[in-house]
Design a binder for this molecule. Sequence first.
Ligand code: CA2
Length: 147
Amino acid sequence: MANPIYILNGPNLNLLGSREPEVYGIETLVDLEQRCVRKAQRLGRTVDFRQSNTEGDLVGWIQEARTNASGLIVNAGAYTHTSIAILDALLACKVPIVEVHLSNIFTREPFRHRSYVSQAAKGVICGLGGLGYELAIEAVAAAVSDA
Ligand code: CA2
């Protein structure tokens, strides 16, 4: 059995569906997870979908992905724009990495335009809501089978 694709979600993404639907849509995090599970199944893959509000949890999970994941999809939430610790962990992780954001970070406040995560990512998808997660799974699955 191939290793799962890790899908890591950062702070406040547990609030999806409860506020700011005009920015983040109406899907809850559970809806998003189910969508990812179904997409992965269609591609013959599995996902391990997690969320934490704590930077250290995300760093630990990225370290775990080095040996236990076939690929990594990261929406680091606001840590995207601030966390060198998450960048360093990602740089040490040699599996294919795709960065995803529900909203288009480039049409929002200037502080959201910079992403540390992008420096370690094979590709970046933003502004497509939950569909972006499905596209990221497709990209990681393709990168894994090319390897
Ligand atoms: O667009 C994205 O996916 C973000 O990563 C979401 C982060 C934000 O800080 C990034 O700049 C872009 C914030 C997630 C907060 O999610 C909420 C969802 C519903 C209600 C409140 C917050």
